[in-house]
Design a binder for this molecule. Structure first.
Ligand code: AMP
Ligand code: GLY
Length: 450
């Protein structure tokens, strides 16, 4: 009977009950881990909720812990544990004591805080880039330097650490122009200035804080898309593309946010543009990171733009899944995410299959009034049974979910076309009592029009 068992390559995996395993195997269920995998997702937002739900779908998975998680994550296999995503020692202790098979990092703040380095130092498996590799997101200047050195197409730029030369550069270049604060800013550190005065104001704001550093970029015009890839030791497994909506209000008006809604796939972005993004942007960047001694493991998020001149260029890199794109990309995965990540980390070929392009998944973020500048906490969420919801900024009070942050939840639907998915999400949103909340009414409209 033993020779029928699939090969287990990871010596850390404890096969808890060979008898059970064999019985399942004989029943035709080829469970590699006897349904006993334990996964730790680090983070607390909608992205992490989508990750936890997808991991929980695996028959291999017994438990998905989410640290710190949120009270909206209620599926039976999912458990929120009260450990901050920035408490490296606490996370390592928990993962060790629970014999976690691997951890998966959601947010960039945890990556920049060195959670991957801490897990690796403790001999624990984790999917995400080291602190050094996460600089591809944490420092726009670092990312621009990699792109310049390895010939990756992106907007022309200059970096400044003082206000006066930055102001004079902007004056010389004129508007439109893009001003980016160097560090992590949850999508809110970028000003796309169509008037010189806006660029100057953004610079003054950045340099009003200590250690101001800014990247000033040429403005790129075109159609943006998000291309995510699972990456490990130079191997790249791309996912279907998505399109995010970063501005707060309808018609792409208002300030930049972390993202107000998304859909996937994006059929008006032609296949050749995705291929160009992979060949000319993702591959040389992954190779460049290895050459720099900062090999990237994790989800590499390429924020790309098909410019009006027909060239695909890089807007930004992130070192993790996008939020809210994850909430519309991951539901389209038809194979086992837990086994795929396990395989990638072990250097085996993962099985990754996706819903085909004959359907579209679309999600709309519901935010509390004030976002992105502030948020309204304590609003009672409506009942949402039978809806596909990814919870983000929520807390619990008297057995009810209440708002606790800017982006509160996202509702998604899959339809045959963008228009159909859009119609069904909005039909559901309109039935909810959302006093004190707001959402965009045009998520996916670029996909409908084209
Ligand atoms: P980032 O945080 O770098 O992704 O920037 C946030 C958003 O600002 C992007 O999704 C774009 O919509 C916009 N943006 C950033 N850089 C540029 C650029 N060089 N040209 C035009 N728009 C940009
Ligand atoms: N949705 C954009 C981001 O995750 O950065």
């Amino acid at each position: 009977m033993k020779q029928g068992l699939p090969e287990i390559r990871n010596p850390n995996i404890d096969i808890k009950s060979v008898e059970n395993f064999s019985a399942d195997f004989l029943n035709g269920v080829k469970l590699r881990y006897n349904g006993a995998m334990k996964i730790l997702v680090i983070g607390s937002g909608g992205r992490e909720h989508a990750l936890a739900k997808k991991f929980a779908e695996s028959p291999e998975v017994e438990k998905v812990f989410v640290a710190p998680g949120n009270p909206g994550m209620t599926l039976s296999k999912i458990e929120s544990v009260g450990i901050s995503e920035l408490d490296n020692a606490g996370l390592v202790d928990f993962a060790g004591s629970q014999a976690i098979d691997f951890a998966f990092v959601g947010p960039e703040t945890a990556l920049a805080n060195g959670v991957v380095d801490a897990f690796q130092a403790a001999g624990l498996k984790i999917f995400g880039p080291t602190q050094a590799a996460a600089q591809i997101e944490a420092s726009k200047d670092f990312a621009k330097g990699i792109m310049a050195k390895y010939g990756v197409p992106t907007a022309a730029y200059a970096t400044f650490t003082e206000l006066a030369p930055a102001l004079s550069y902007v004056g010389k270049k004129g508007a439109p122009i893009v001003v980016k604060a160097d560090g992590l800013a949850a999508g809110k550190g970028v000003t796309v200035a169509f008037e010189l005065a806006d660029a100057k104001k953004a610079l003054e704001d950045i340099f009003s804080l200590p250690d101001g550093k800014v990247v000033i970029e040429e403005y790129l015009d075109g159609e943006e898309f998000s291309l995510f890839s699972f990456v490990h030791e130079g191997r790249i497994y791309p996912m279907p593309i998505a399109q995010d909506h970063k501005r707060a209000y309808d018609g792409d008006k208002g300030p930049n946010t972390g993202g107000m809604g998304a859909y996937s796939p994006v059929s008006h972005i032609p296949d050749w543009a995705v291929r160009e993004g992979l060949d000319k942007i993702v591959k040389p960047t992954v190779a460049g990171m290895i050459a720099e001694g900062k090999s990237f493991t994790g989800v590499l998020y390429a924020g790309l733009i098909l410019t009006t001149s027909g060239i695909v260029k890089t807007i930004e890199f992130n070192a993790r899944f996008g939020d809210p794109e994850t909430q519309v990309v991951l539901p389209r995965l038809t194979s086992d995410l837990a086994l795929a990540i396990d395989a990638i980390l072990d250097g085996r070929e993962p099985e990754l299959t996706w819903l085909d392009e004959g359907s579209v998944t679309l999600g709309v973020v519901v935010a509390s009034e004030g976002y992105p500048a502030s948020s309204t906490n304590g609003l009672i969420l409506p009942e949402m049974t039978n809806l596909d919801v990814a919870y983000a900024g929520v807390a619990e009070k008297d057995g009810k979910l209440i708002s606790n942050g800017g982006r509160v939840f996202l509702i998604s639907e899959t339809g045959n076309t963008v228009a159909q998915a859009q119609k069904s999400v909005y039909a559901k949103l309109e039935k909810l009592d959302l006093n004190g909340f707001f959402y965009r009414h045009d998520i996916g409209s670029r996909g409908v029009e084209s």
